[in-house]
Design a protein. Structure first.
Length: 318
């Protein structure tokens, strides 16, 4: 927690700490945080149902305006409902190289197995213990004569370097052009006969072979625009204008492509829903792909149970 706190005050930090909370009123971290002017909260869990205690801790975080919860030595298993509500916004550090040695006694287990390396893992929290997406790891060599105490001390040094760096990178990820492009590319190329090809200096994707039509572009502040965006085809100027009027925080008229009925879906914004990105990619792909591809794609999706038989047409809107 101290490493996270001091890193938050360095130039380029993607986060501020609004609250340090604990189930132990005597935790040293609370004293350190209070001395540094950070708000604190403590509520012992003894005698309380787990869900009730979780609700009190969650309310304290919400009241403080927290958008993410970073666990640092919080030795309580959270209820699945709590974890679900904070999915993607709940981060933990674990003293092993996951997926090895989930749970407790990680150092003794690594020593007992004769491992040559130990380490730490930063991961997203899921209902399954220590099984969420791995965001970063640091390896620590196991030395001859190491004890659980000596290994633990070195792993903790690695944790102090790893945790702030990984948290910072993760919280910046929604605004990182490389990350956003990778996510769009992954989804675009999953569509039938999709190929990537630059167009006017921007990555683009087309379908239907060499003479196929473009169905999406990736725009990184193109022509002086402030947005990182997916450009997708609409049904026409009326729909384009309606989308922008209805939700200007999500849609815009691209300077270079707007006259041709393309809409910009802003990616570098809080709360981006990747299901919405998937929708516009597939819908735009349908407008560009030959019927032989859309028919085959629909048949495959129906067989897999992934498509409603009452498929929306190109005029339907997300």
């Amino acid at each position: 927690m101290a490493a996270l706190l001091y890193a938050s005050r360095m130039a380029g930090s993607a986060y501020d700490i609004v609250l340090v909370a604990s189930n132990d009123p005597d935790a040293e971290g609370l004293k350190l945080a209070a001395g540094e002017g950070i708000a604190t909260f403590a509520r012992p869990h003894r005698g309380m149902e787990r869900a009730d205690h979780d609700a009190i801790m969650e309310q304290a975080a919400t009241d403080a305006g927290a958008q993410c919860i970073i666990l640092a030595g919080y030795m309580r298993i959270l209820t699945p409902e709590f974890v679900e509500r904070w999915a993607g916004r709940l981060i933990n550090i674990h003293p092993s190289l996951l997926p090895k040695y989930r749970g407790l006694d990680t150092h003794s287990r690594a020593l007992g197995a004769g491992d040559k390396t130990a380490g730490a893992t930063v991961h997203l929290v899921t209902a399954e213990l220590d099984a969420g997406e791995i965001l970063g790891q640091a390896q620590v060599a196991i030395l001859p004569g190491d004890t659980e105490a000596s290994l633990s001390a070195r792993v903790r040094l690695a944790e102090h370097q790893l945790y702030p760096r990984v948290v910072n990178a993760y919280l910046k990820r929604p605004y990182d052009p490389s990350y956003l492009l990778d996510q769009v590319r992954l989804r675009a190329l999953a569509l039938p006969e999709a190929q990537e090809r630059d167009s006017h200096g921007s990555p683009g994707w087309r379908t239907g072979g060499k003479s196929g039509r473009y169905f999406a572009y990736f725009s990184q502040q193109h022509h002086g625009e402030p947005h990182i965006a997916l450009l997708a085809k609409t049904s026409g100027q009326d729909e384009l204008a309606e989308l922008i009027d209805r939700d200007p925080a999500a849609f815009f008229r691209p300077a270079y492509y707007g006259a041709s009925d393309w809409v910009g879906l802003i990616l570098n914004r809080p709360g981006l829903d990747w299901a919405q990105v998937n929708y516009w990619l597939e819908r735009s792909w349908r407008m560009a792909a030959p019927r032989r591809l859309t028919s085959l794609h629909d048949a495959d999706m129906l067989e897999a149970g992934l498509l409603d038989p009452d498929l929306p047409d190109a005029g339907d809107q997300f």
